[in-house]
Design a protein around this ligand. Structure first.
Ligand SMILES: [Zn+2]
Ligand SMILES: [Zn+2]
Length: 255
């Protein structure tokens, strides 16, 4: 079987992504309650017992809300950076694995390549996954891009990229000024345009799937995110997928 991925839901109310190869099933973040995650896993034909590991990106609530309970109830090991662990209530987690976010590691059939990102958390990272043939890159919760992010995501076969906000919509939103500055700042979230710029600088010659993620429900629309990313690739907007807050994204195979 090929490397595949799905979104359980994406946005400021909760994030979780599945990455799978044969019998190895990784859950990236769990920003949903235990009941919610069970229902949402079922939608993708999976259950907590199928999970090989949970990988955490950082300690914000929309990424960790359900991690502890899911890990405990389903006896799943949890992986995170030492900085994230320092901000996390690790009591009750059956098995905690810490990693250096510059070193890759292997969980059964999947090699995990973490990489650090600028975001207002203690030691946030994002991930590139590979089975030796294909590479899937994930990037959300980054205030800006870096050369290291570009190097990490270049040459991927599939990408899930943060399109948090449209800068105009954010500037004109009812959010308090401090929140606008946090979101738009260097340690906040990527705008559609920032994501478009990043994508245009990557080697995307192998790309099969591009999915926009972590869209703000107030300061963005799926159509604006699609437009931005499609401009970078010169493809039709309809080809760009969107990981939705409510519906997530159904399974995508990397061939
Ligand atoms: Zn965050
Ligand atoms: Zn987030």
């Amino acid at each position: 079987m090929t490397l595949r991925f799905a979104s359980i839901g994406s946005g400021s109310q909760g994030n979780a992504t599945l990455v799978e190869k044969d019998n190895t099933c990784l859950l990236i973040d769990c920003g949903f309650s235990f009941i919610q995650i069970q229902q949402r896993l079922q939608r993708l034909d999976r259950c907590g017992g199928d999970l090989t590991a949970i990988l955490v990106t950082h300690e914000h609530g929309d990424h960790i809300r359900g991690v502890s309970m899911l890990a405990r109830k389903c006896n799943v090991p949890v992986w995170m950076t030492p900085g994230t662990a320092a901000q996390f209530d690790i009591n009750g987690i059956p098995e905690l694995q810490l990693f250096n976010c510059h070193d890759s590691f292997i969980i059964n059939d999947i090699q995990v390549n973490p990489y650090p990102v600028p975001h207002d958390a203690r030691e946030p990272c994002q991930y590139v996954f590979t089975d030796g043939d294909s590479r899937l890159g994930l990037l959300t919760d980054a205030g800006c891009t870096t050369r290291h992010i570009e190097d990490s995501l270049s040459g991927c076969d599939a990408l899930m990229l943060e399109c948090n906000h449209d800068s105009e919509m954010l500037a004109h939103s009812a959010y308090p000024q401090s929140l606008k500055e946090r979101i738009g700042g260097r340690y906040g979230h990527l705008s559609n345009d920032q994501s478009m710029d990043l994508l245009s600088r990557l080697d995307y010659s192998r790309i099969q799937h591009i999915v926009a993620a972590h869209l703000s429900e107030k300061n963005n629309t799926p159509s604006l995110a699609r437009q931005a990313l499609s401009q970078a690739l010169g493809c039709t907007p309809g080809w760009i997928g969107v990981a939705d807050q409510e519906a997530g994204l159904s399974w995508r195979e990397i061939l």
